[in-house]
Design a protein around this ligand. Sequence first.
Ligand code: C2E
Ligand code: MG
Ligand code: MG
Ligand code: MG
Length: 292
Amino acid sequence: EAKAAGKNRFHFHTEVAAREAARQFELEAQLRLAIAREEFELHYQPKLGVDDRAVTAVEALVRWRHPNRGLVMPGEFIALAEDRGLIVAIGRLVIKMACRQIAAWRRQGIEPPCVAINVSAKQFADDVLLADLTAAMTESSVGGGELVVELTETALMADPERATGVLEALRRLGVRIAIDDFGTGYSSLSYLKRFPADEVKIDRSFVDGLPEDPDDLAITQAVIAMAHSLGMKVVAEGVETEAQRSALAAMGCDQMQGYLLGRPMPVEDLVGRLSKAVHGAVAPVLDGPSVH
Ligand code: C2E
Ligand code: MG
Ligand code: MG
Ligand code: MG
């Protein structure tokens, strides 16, 4: 009896696994088509000063405009794209779209904000990244100073020697470097000192517990102190409450991102906020919860 139940369970599990494999296979095929048809778009989330709430830059976040599923979030396709060797092609489209957006803002008389682009580990490991960046920058007449590349510790630590060289090459292009999701990967402090990064982004999981959780407070404080002593700016991710913002301000954190002051949004929504910077002489201030 127990044996029969075990056998059934086995069948159950293989069926589930087979269905999941079929689903992934279908998604992969659709993703290949999406790349050919360029069915992606970028949403933008502002990075703001913790103290003055002025927009200092925006982060480009990719979405897949699926013909019948609507907008698909990166959590549903980036890992698969990495696994099936499609991330470089998607990343190339993202870089191209970000640079074209900067050029479009300029044509519209809008002072373009600095745009941060997420680069995943496999994409960073591919030598074509620098060529893709240079091509897109040339096509849209974008300077390196208008771009930030966001990389995770994992991407950097896969091959620290090589990573140092690529970061130096990015710097020669004038592109700034941010270490994303900081604290979730494993990187030694000595490597952090070696990587020429400009910005450290404290992962949302630490910001979550602020201002009460003593461990999150201690970690956040330590990351801020360390980054500042190495000459890097600190951005807190996932700031959702005013209490979190003021705790970060008290700790000397430089910038923040989060639902409190700006969700990722389509470019049309962002422009309304940016244009304040052009028409008024003051930096744009985002106040109150934003629309999605
Ligand atoms: P990330 O780079 O750490 O981006 C931050 C994610 O947190 C975004 O999710 C953003 O919408 C979300 N977020 C921002 N503020 C808050 C908040 O206050 N609360 C909460 N709960 N969430 C917040 P999204 O857009 O779904 O992107 C998820 C991840 O997908 C990104 O994490 C990044 O690793 C990856 N990704 C996004 N766009 C690209 C891309 O163009 N290329 C690559 N390779 N990866 C990308
Ligand atoms: Mg990011
Ligand atoms: Mg992040
Ligand atoms: Mg994160």
